[in-house]
Ligand binder design. Structure first.
Ligand SMILES: NC(=O)c1ccc[n+]([C@@H]2O[C@H](COP(=O)([O-])OP(=O)(O)OC[C@H]3O[C@@H](n4cnc5c(N)ncnc54)[C@H](O)[C@@H]3O)[C@@H](O)[C@H]2O)c1
Length: 402
């Protein structure tokens, strides 16, 4: 396939940077999104998401004519799906966006086309989409290539990692795997690892479940150590002196839109088998509730000692250190679980965001000057100099980067 024309379906955190990188290799890319605001912003050379270096890249490929955006797809050689896959009722994966994107290109597909899904998807999604396509367009059964290729980029480093990370590529047949591998070789410098579609789908879910399970181990240790009167941070540091032990750091819980979500895609489809993965999710989901109770108890103890309720500073709201993303954040859950309660008054500090829809934010200096208690919910860099106070409160959250 020489100079393939590409259609990217979904122009969010994954789709837009990927479309821009492909366009930067001087391939014609049409980005499609259902939101007119997104399409208009990109066609004006702007971006609607915050990601280092993305704005300059998009501006350049749009002004050079390699990338444009539209509300509807057009005929092309390669179609890539990068739309959301949230979970719905009872934590069941919702692949309706993937299906809608697939159906939107049904009339446009031609023999020799390559159809790729990048959205994080439950095992079997690629085959389900292939079935939808071939039922509607049976004449394409021998000539359409269909593959799955998951995305592993880290927000904040997306532009670098899109090119340099290894990719796992699984087609529904050998010809599809080969066609997709050839396509990714145009813009990926990392290794390209061919496999089957179901293995590629499971690989993405496995990576995030591995992280979640390991964090759950650290979080469970933190509960045990609290009860046993052991400093969990010291314990983990010592245990990690073993040459084959590498325990992660406990924290307030697990958040974000990937690690806290993707393991449910396995649990939902394999409820009898996925015992450990399910338990890890429950342990990590329980941690913010536990932190809430610990803070309330500490506040009550303060009140007993001082005859008044304390002013408590909650430090951090983001789902991990040094970012501004509050989605699915356990620190937000803790703050909401505490604020308005009778045990204490609260100041909330989040240096990485300007505003918070649930309440006022207080500058760090003011909060540390006024507060009776500090609760470290997220290990943001500006909180590091306060570490000497952390020994009193280290059950409450993360002191170190995970
Ligand atoms: N953001 C990440 O760091 C990350 C990392 C790895 C994998 N993923 C996965 O990648 C996929 C996309 O995630 P994201 O963060 O880019 O989502 P996002 O919400 O930022 O963007 C998705 C875009 O798709 C658009 N869209 C929805 N339905 C559409 C349709 N039928 N046709 C065209 N556009 C449509 C939405 O309007 C939105 O702009 C998800 O499956 C996610 O789990 C995300």
């Amino acid at each position: 396939m020489n100079n393939p024309k590409v259609v990217m379906l979904g122009l969010g955190y994954i789709g837009l940077p990927t479309a821009a990188i492909i366009a930067s290799k001087k391939l014609q890319v049409l980005g499609v999104d259902v939101q007119a605001r997104v399409v208009d912003t990109i066609n004006a050379g702007g971006v609607h998401i915050i990601e280092p270096d993305l704005d300059g890249l998009v501006k350049s490929v749009v002004s050079n004519g390699w990338l444009r955006a539209a509300l509807k797809p057009e005929p092309a050689d390669v179609f890539i799906v990068a739309v959301p896959t949230p979970f719905g009722e009872e934590k069941r994966p919702d692949i309706s966006y993937v299906e809608a994107a697939t159906r939107s290109v049904l009339p446009l597909l031609r023999p020799g086309n390559l159809f790729i899904i990048e959205s994080t998807s439950p095992v079997g999604t690629t085959r389900k989409m292939a079935k939808i396509i071939f039922e509607a367009r049976p004449e394409l059964r021998e000539s359409l290539r269909v593959a799955y290729c998951p995305e592993r980029v880290l927000p904040g480093k997306v532009i670098y990692e899109l090119e340099h990370n290894d990719r796992v590529i699984g087609g529904i047949d050998a010809a599809s795997t080969q066609a997709a591998t050839d396509f990714y070789s145009i813009f990926v410098r990392g290794g390209l690892h061919p496999t089957h579609d179901k293995t590629a789908e499971m690989c993405k879910l496995t990576e995030n479940s591995f992280r979640d399970t390991n964090i759950a181990f650290a979080n469970e240790l933190s509960l045990i150590c609290d009860k046993a009167g052991i400093n969990v941070w010291e314990l983990i540091e010592l245990a990690n002196k073993h040459p084959r032990v590498k325990i992660l750091q406990p924290g307030t819980g697990v958040g974000g839109h990937c690690i806290a979500v993707d393991p449910w895609f396995i649990v939902s489809d394999f409820p009898a088998e996925a015992q450990l993965i399910r338990r890890a999710r429950l342990i990590n989901d329980f941690k913010p509730l536990w932190v809430v109770e610990k803070v309330k108890n500490a506040a009550l103890a303060f009140a007993l000692e001082h005859g008044r309720k304390p002013l408590v500073a909650l430090l951090g709201l983001a789902f991990k250190p040094n970012i501004d993303d509050l989605r699915e954040s356990p620190a937000v859950q803790v703050a909401l679980g505490l604020m308005g309660g009778p045990e204490a008054d609260y100041l909330v500090v989040e240096p990485n965001v300007e505003q918070w829809k649930h309440g006022a934010l207080t500058p760090l200096d003011e909060a540390t000057r006024r507060a009776d208690m500090l609760v470290f919910l997220v290990a943001h860099r500006p909180f590091e100099r306060l570490e000497q106070h952390a020994h009193e409160l280290d059950f409450c959250g993360a002191r170190k980067n995970r």
